[in-house]
Design a protein around this ligand. Sequence first.
Ligand code: NDP
Length: 310
Amino acid sequence: MKHHSLLIIGSGPAGYTAAIYAGRAGLEPVIVEGMQPGGQLTITTEVENFPGFPQGIDANQLMMDMRTQAERFGAKIISGTITRTDLSQAPYRLWTDSGDELTADSIIIATGASAKYLGLDDEQKYMGQGVSACATCDGFFYRKKIVAVVGGGDTACEEALYLAGLAAKVYLIVRKPFLRASQIMQQRVVENEKIEILFETNTLGLYGENGVEGAHLIYKKGEDGERKYDLPIDGFFLAIGHRPNSEAFRPWVKTDKTGYIMTEGASPRTGIPGIFAAGDVADPYYRQAVVAAASGAKAAIEAEKYLKSL
Ligand code: NDP
């Protein structure tokens, strides 16, 4: 069993930024980096909206730089995924997937969220080559091109509207005969001339030589009508929801019905002394690297205050 003063769970922008701040404050933070070191950004290509990089920056490079910066201030990084916790009293106890036990006086939960995918092999095949789960991150690469967004909720409508401002044409692929999104979002989508809704349609696969060139779709109406066809597109955006990675902490911290950790107001405090949440695991709305980084900074500042008060 190893005891640490401050454990940071997760190695995305929130986790690394928390480590930079905590390291500079002399807290000797330890990051448990999880299954996807660098977090969600590592599945995109170029980041053009992170301030400070006027020419854009390779997403993996950005995350490696954050990691190096955290290590420069003394952060230690260990591998493992936290699968179980006991946050009933301090020192808090955590277990990794390999059964190791860690204890900590303070914890910053920065485990992020994972976009849901349809589960098609082609999604993996074309990841970063036409498949994306973030229009704000990747939409720019589809200026004047043809894209499809999958989903019928508020996120899908928002992504479709965002992409309609850039792309020549946006198809919204909806499996039901109606949208689930709020009325106002539905109205905006319906009124947008660039967006065409394909109701009762599912995706069977994607095709293309060097990236996505189209989608194999199936249109199903009622019991009998069924039609398979190919739709030429340049980009395929998933917007069927996100899953916050909060399972291991859920018995203790408060979450909303989807599992996003609920913090006190705009602070990263979870309500459990010394336990803070930062980044996408506590953010159902913005889901941006720069927002996650900022919340990591807030969490580290709170953790410093808490640890000094002990
Ligand atoms: P939702 O769960 O609301 O919607 C998911 C959509 O994806 C649904 O249309 C669903 O279809 C579809 N879907 C799910 N799985 C599949 C699948 N395997 N194949 C095809 N389609 C699928 O998620 P959102 O991310 O849109 O929203 C999450 C929450 O955040 C909501 O409460 C939403 O209101 C909120 N939000 C609010 C915003 C705002 O106010 N501006 C912006 C974004 C989100 P089906 O309907 O058939 O289940």
